[in-house]
Design a protein around this ligand. Sequence first.
Ligand code: HEC
Ligand code: HEC
Length: 348
Amino acid sequence: MKNNNVIYGVLLLLFLASFPWVLGQMSHDDDTSIPTIIDADPFNLPRLPSVQLINEPLQPVRKPRNLNEEKVALGRRLFLDKRLSPRGDISCDSCHRLNEGGVDHRSHALGGDPSRGSINTPGIYNSANNFRWYWDGRAETLEAQVDESLTSLTEMGADWQELLETLASIAEYQAMFSQTYPENGISKESVIDALVAFERSLITVDAPFDRYLLGEKNALTPEQQNGYQLFKSYGCSACHQGGNIGGNMFQLFGVMGDYFADRNPIFEVDMGRFNVTGKDDDRHRFRVPSLRNVALTAPYFHDGSVATLEQAVMVMASYQLGRPIPIDDARLIVAFLHSLNGPGMGGE
Ligand code: HEC
Ligand code: HEC
């Protein structure tokens, strides 16, 4: 009995002590300051109707404006076309399946080099709203990301010259490119530009959670509302925040426990941002992923190590917050995460 009290006391202290710790770990890119949430304009926020909403760590998104529909349509066609790959056997959509939440559901992406470790395919929906791209954030612009996605052996593995020759040999593309890009025609710049436009169009708006934030209180079930409160009170929203519910900062994976020692062995991709900067501080640091549509994108984490969302939430609680959370709370959080699915994305 006495022992139990001591244990509870210690647990309570750990619980309380973890708050400043987690906050202390927050860094935004170059470890400057916590990003302010309300000026996150890259997310193209609706003009906020209520003071209450301004205080929310999570924000709704709106359809992107000023997209050139012709470029989007051309980008879509390129995205779905297997002829862009050297052997004509894969398209972007083979791994980022548009009708399956934008992923391939493999723990280890098809093209990944196993000696570097297992790398999971991230979702393509809402990816354009991230502040950097790839798990380690190595691409600083969407243009750099599309260039890499086309040429990297982990993804399409194409060679620019061959790719442009292939496109030039297809009458349909000749027509589309000269119509859409009268000055450049079929060129590296226009191929990248069209794919970037298509990626920017893939924003999922009007998820039940967005409608809830904008005032439609019964857009979420009571369980989902409880789950949202827990998501905030446990501190998940310290990292998964803003309009993309993530995607706007780098954070350690294993703030409160050594995930990688526990998982073992450690591979190159597990070093995260360290592979980009070479800074010790960046070992195992990753871009915080967006949680929009996350219920549709199993398996989870950069290594695809976890099969269910419930397990992913439990791992986060242990390694990011320093305390396992009761399974009932994890289930409520999962119910809330389902409310981040865009309409028509499937799953609900
Ligand atoms: C063979 C599977 C595969 C193919 C084909 C593929 N990708 Fe990827 N894609 C991946 C993997 C794996 C990653 C993550 C790699 C990493 O972070 O190191 C990724 C990352 C991305 C990202 C970054 C997402 C984010 O938010 O960080 C985007 C965007 C993307 N790919 C778009 C494309 C486009 C466009 C194409 C076609 C030109 C394409 N991909 C082809 C597997 C693939
Ligand atoms: C200290 C920052 C931080 C906190 C706090 C945090 N996360 Fe995360 N979360 C991350 C990072 C970083 C990753 C990516 C880890 C990886 O795969 O390398 C991640 C990944 C995830 C994923 C997997 C997403 C995917 O697409 O694979 C889910 C789900 C998730 N977090 C939910 C939560 C929940 C729920 C909480 C609260 C219980 C939480 N997170 C708390 C930083 C955080």
